[in-house]
Write a protein of this length. Structure first.
Length: 114
Protein backbone atom coordinates (compact mmCIF):
# COMPACT_ATOMS: atom_id res chain seq x y z
CA UNK A 1 0.00 0.00 0.00
CA UNK A 2 1.34 3.40 -0.88
CA UNK A 3 0.16 6.69 0.47
CA UNK A 4 1.16 9.89 -1.26
CA UNK A 5 1.68 12.96 0.81
CA UNK A 6 -0.03 16.28 0.28
CA UNK A 7 2.10 19.37 0.00
CA UNK A 8 5.02 17.53 -1.56
CA UNK A 9 4.63 18.81 -5.10
CA UNK A 10 8.05 19.15 -6.74
CA UNK A 11 7.38 22.78 -7.63
CA UNK A 12 6.40 23.63 -4.06
CA UNK A 13 9.60 22.17 -2.61
CA UNK A 14 12.04 23.34 -5.27
CA UNK A 15 14.83 20.94 -6.14
CA UNK A 16 14.85 18.96 -2.89
CA UNK A 17 15.99 15.36 -3.10
CA UNK A 18 13.05 12.96 -3.34
CA UNK A 19 12.75 10.24 -0.71
CA UNK A 20 10.37 7.36 -0.11
CA UNK A 21 9.30 5.89 3.20
CA UNK A 22 8.93 2.20 3.98
CA UNK A 23 7.09 0.65 6.92
CA UNK A 24 6.60 -3.08 7.39
CA UNK A 25 3.57 -3.83 9.52
CA UNK A 26 3.95 -6.58 12.07
CA UNK A 27 1.28 -8.91 13.35
CA UNK A 28 0.44 -6.95 16.51
CA UNK A 29 0.92 -3.42 15.12
CA UNK A 30 -2.04 -1.20 15.96
CA UNK A 31 -3.12 2.09 14.38
CA UNK A 32 -1.27 4.14 17.00
CA UNK A 33 2.01 2.31 16.32
CA UNK A 34 1.55 2.75 12.58
CA UNK A 35 0.93 6.48 13.08
CA UNK A 36 4.10 6.72 15.20
CA UNK A 37 6.11 4.93 12.52
CA UNK A 38 4.77 7.30 9.86
CA UNK A 39 5.70 10.28 12.06
CA UNK A 40 9.27 8.98 12.41
CA UNK A 41 9.57 8.78 8.62
CA UNK A 42 8.06 12.24 8.07
CA UNK A 43 10.24 13.80 10.78
CA UNK A 44 13.39 12.20 9.34
CA UNK A 45 12.58 13.58 5.89
CA UNK A 46 11.90 17.05 7.26
CA UNK A 47 15.10 17.10 9.32
CA UNK A 48 17.11 16.23 6.20
CA UNK A 49 15.28 18.69 3.97
CA UNK A 50 14.17 16.03 1.49
CA UNK A 51 10.86 15.77 -0.35
CA UNK A 52 8.96 12.76 1.01
CA UNK A 53 6.99 11.56 -1.99
CA UNK A 54 5.21 8.55 -0.47
CA UNK A 55 5.30 6.08 2.37
CA UNK A 56 4.99 2.46 1.30
CA UNK A 57 3.32 0.33 3.97
CA UNK A 58 3.89 -3.42 3.78
CA UNK A 59 0.73 -5.30 4.67
CA UNK A 60 1.23 -8.70 6.27
CA UNK A 61 -1.05 -10.42 3.74
CA UNK A 62 0.79 -9.15 0.65
CA UNK A 63 4.42 -9.10 1.84
CA UNK A 64 6.81 -8.28 0.11
CA UNK A 65 4.72 -6.57 -2.59
CA UNK A 66 5.10 -3.02 -1.22
CA UNK A 67 8.87 -3.49 -0.86
CA UNK A 68 9.19 -4.60 -4.49
CA UNK A 69 7.01 -1.68 -5.65
CA UNK A 70 9.17 0.69 -3.60
CA UNK A 71 12.42 -0.58 -5.12
CA UNK A 72 11.01 -0.33 -8.66
CA UNK A 73 10.18 3.34 -8.07
CA UNK A 74 13.36 4.25 -6.17
CA UNK A 75 15.63 2.72 -8.82
CA UNK A 76 14.20 5.19 -11.38
CA UNK A 77 15.43 8.16 -9.32
CA UNK A 78 18.78 9.83 -9.98
CA UNK A 79 19.32 10.23 -6.22
CA UNK A 80 17.93 7.35 -4.22
CA UNK A 81 16.74 7.49 -0.62
CA UNK A 82 14.55 5.24 1.51
CA UNK A 83 13.52 6.29 5.02
CA UNK A 84 12.38 3.63 7.46
CA UNK A 85 11.51 3.98 11.17
CA UNK A 86 13.92 1.20 12.17
CA UNK A 87 16.31 -1.11 10.33
CA UNK A 88 14.12 -4.07 11.38
CA UNK A 89 11.51 -2.96 8.84
CA UNK A 90 13.93 -4.16 6.13
CA UNK A 91 13.61 -7.71 7.46
CA UNK A 92 11.06 -8.33 4.71
CA UNK A 93 13.97 -9.18 2.37
CA UNK A 94 16.26 -11.05 4.77
CA UNK A 95 18.66 -10.07 7.55
CA UNK A 96 18.00 -6.33 8.04
CA UNK A 97 21.67 -5.33 8.25
CA UNK A 98 22.49 -7.31 5.11
CA UNK A 99 19.51 -5.86 3.25
CA UNK A 100 20.61 -2.35 4.24
CA UNK A 101 24.15 -3.05 2.98
CA UNK A 102 22.85 -4.48 -0.32
CA UNK A 103 20.61 -1.48 -0.91
CA UNK A 104 23.42 0.95 -0.08
CA UNK A 105 25.80 -0.91 -2.42
CA UNK A 106 23.23 -0.24 -5.16
CA UNK A 107 23.35 3.50 -4.56
CA UNK A 108 20.33 3.80 -2.26
CA UNK A 109 20.76 5.92 0.85
CA UNK A 110 18.99 4.28 3.79
CA UNK A 111 17.89 6.61 6.57
CA UNK A 112 16.70 5.12 9.84
CA UNK A 113 14.24 7.54 11.36
CA UNK A 114 14.06 6.21 14.87
Amino acid sequence: MRSTLSGTDHHERGNAMRAYGYIRKHFLMNDSELASARKLVVDAAQSRGVQLVAIHVEEIETSPEAFHDLLAIVMQEAQRMIITPDVQHLEVAGDPSSVKQRLESNGITIVVGG
